[in-house]
Design a protein around this ligand. Structure first.
Ligand SMILES: [Zn+2]
Length: 237
């Protein structure tokens, strides 16, 4: 009965629960879109179904949160279903706050220091990644790589250095795994015209990898030039 449930993280499970209770998606859609697993026409979606059934979530609850209030459901339900509803409530609040934080940053272009990072870090990280991939049209800013699983929301000033810049979309660039690594290790940075500026450690082989690469601008929130300067001075010299 519970062959698959333990393979998934808490967050994946909550995404599945949300997709079913709030967005009213089918088992198959959830399996392919949320879990990234194949879901053939025939019998596809049973892994998603298993997760839902584990929490006593059956067909009658599909899309229930579109009409019912989550607090009402928590009050009037029992067992393992209530536990997951409570977790979902907390998750939706985090999700919402992170989205507001990113949007707030987008509008104001400044860092909201009120954001308490620790609990929202993971959710915020994913939200920011989604946002960054979208504004870069799901492509590496330097090359043609366009596979989501090879793309990284690369931070200009690393998270560990400056907590306040964690959710700032101007502190991030969408790069493929290779270009992210080269950027992260200081083999290159971008100058004030968003042109590639090689770091001291870049030898001939590395420069060949970066030759003729032009930065493709996102539709909004261009990387912060001040942060790029910090990046160059801290990692490329
Ligand atoms: Zn690339």
């Amino acid at each position: 009965m519970t062959r698959y449930i333990h393979r998934f993280t808490q967050e994946e499970i909550l995404k599945v629960i949300k997709a079913y209770l709030l967005d009213g998606l089918s088992h198959r859609k959830i399996q392919s879109k949320i879990l990234g697993l194949p879901a053939p026409d025939n019998g596809g979606g049973f892994i998603a179904m298993e997760i839902l059934h584990y929490y006593n979530i059956t067909g009658d609850k599909k899309g229930i949160l579109e009409t019912e209030d989550i607090n009402y459901l928590i009050k009037n339900s029992t067992g393992i279903y209530v536990n997951i509803l409570k977790k979902l409530k907390a998750y939706l609040q985090e999700d919402d706050e992170c989205e507001k934080a990113i949007k707030g940053l987008t509008i104001k272009g400044i860092v909201n220091t009120e954001i308490t990072i620790e609990t929202k870090q993971r959710v915020g990280q994913n939200k920011l990644r989604d946002y960054i991939l979208n504004i870069y049209d799901h492509k590496c800013a330097l090359c043609d790589i366009d596979k989501d699983d090879l793309l990284i929301c690369s931070h200009i000033v690393p998270w560990r250095i400056d907590e306040k810049k964690r959710l700032n979309p101007k502190n991030a660039i969408c790069l493929c795994a290779l270009h992210d690594k080269l950027f992260d290790k200081g083999y290159f940075s971008l100058d004030e015209n968003y042109e590639i500026k090689l770091g001291l450690r870049a030898d001939e082989k590395i420069s060949r990898l970066l030759k003729d690469k032009n930065f493709k601008e996102p539709i909004e929130n261009l990387p912060d030039k001040q942060l790029l300067k910090i990046h160059f001075n801290s990692y490329c010299k």
